[in-house]
Ligand binder design. Structure first.
Ligand code: GFB
Length: 316
């Protein structure tokens, strides 16, 4: 949500433009499509059957054919801590190829602007908290998701390299842990929030006396609703043009154990919360600094409890 007091001016208006949302079926891409409905622009989408984003020739042909003025690069192979840890080759290869192909095609066809979306896992495992953008590449990554992180760091560097060498107006946004409509509720591959909603719901429905969460429950995570993320992306697309990437978060984090209690409360499950410490904790904390985005005039709007309640209502 834009803060009218000190808001960066629009330098790239979307009105009248052709805008490709790459990854429009994903949680973030679909939220961007919903958000763009209130901008006077033409939205372009492509299904995986139409364009395989891992195929350079297919992406080049698609961009040449559709001639977008702007691209939201929200296409990615994503998953929770276990999926990242189990399929390192897929997470690295798919995300590297998608980022490289879309960036190169955007350059070759003279696309006026591209916003690349990454993730807060790009930062070192032991980064200072809250994490400023310049903590990038200052230390070793968290091992459970270094493959995905390396691909997303490469995406930032591609945007910067094409800006530096070719003068392309490519920018990058790094969202924190996201949740929202259209999330993945599969317990093996999902992120923590949809997993907890599903576990609490099923425990309530079956009359179980406990749910089990992974790890110790002590790691802290910052959560942002996908609609807030989409709003920030549209904001940055129109109002930001610079070399450095921009963190996109809510500014608050919560311990996983407390999150589990909050979810159980929203769902109405009153049983016990147990921990499975054979599962990884991952990074202990990754709260991002939101100073850069706040200085441009943007803050998040969806409060965590209300956001969880709306996702629960929608999916169960
Ligand atoms: O959301 P999550 O899978 O991703 O896990 P990461 C966050 C924390 O919640 C970890 C704990 O400490 C998990 O151990 N957790 C507790 C659970 N119960 C559960 C559960 O039932 N399911 C899941 N999934 N977690 C991912 C990265 O890291 O975050 C990606 O692997 C990406 O690369 C994404 O950056 C945003 O925050 O640990």
């Amino acid at each position: 949500m834009a803060n009218e007091a000190a808001i960066a001016p629009v330098i790239f208006p979307l009105a009248g433009k052709r805008v490709w949302v790459a990854g429009h079926r994903g949680m973030v891409g679909s939220a961007i499509v919903r958000r763009l409905a209130s901008e006077d622009c033409e939205i372009i989408t492509a299904t995986r059957a139409e364009v395989d984003l891992k195929d350079p020739a297919a992406v080049l042909a698609f961009v040449g054919d559709k001639k977008p003025d702007a691209i939201f690069m929200a296409a990615a192979k994503v998953g929770g801590i276990l999926a990242n840890d189990t399929y390192p080759a897929d997470f690295l290869y798919d995300n590297l190829m998608i980022a490289a192909n879309v960036t190169e095609a955007a350059y070759r066809h003279g696309v006026g602007k591209m916003l690349f979306l990454g993730s807060s896992c790009i930062y070192p495992k032991e980064a200072p908290q809250p994490i400023p953008e310049d903590a990038l590449l200052t230390g070793p990554l968290e091992p459970t998701n270094e493959w995905y992180a390396i691909a997303k760091i490469a995406g930032i560097k591609l945007a910067q390299a094409y800006r530096k060498q070719h003068g392309c107006d490519f920018v990058s946004a790094m969202p924190t842990n996201l949740y929202g409509p259209g999330d993945n509720f599969d317990l093996n591959s999902s992120h923590v929030l949809p997993a907890l909603i599903r576990k609490a719901h099923e425990a309530k429905a079956t009359g179980a006396d406990h749910i089990t969460i992974w790890g110790t429950g002590t790691p802290r995570r910052e959560f942002l609703h996908a609609d807030d993320c989409a709003d920030a992306c549209v904001f940055l697309m129109q109002r930001y043009s610079d070399f450095e990437h921009v963190n996109v978060g809510s500014g608050e984090d919560i311990a996983i154990g407390d999150l589990a209690r909050l979810v159980c409360d929203v769902v109405g499950f009153e049983g016990e919360i147990r921990t499975d410490t054979s599962k990884p904790d991952g990074t202990m904390r990754k709260l991002m600094s939101g100073d850069r985005l706040r200085a441009l005039g943007w803050t998040s709007a969806v409060e965590l409890r209300a956001g969880i309640a709306s996702v629960y209502r929608e999916h169960f």
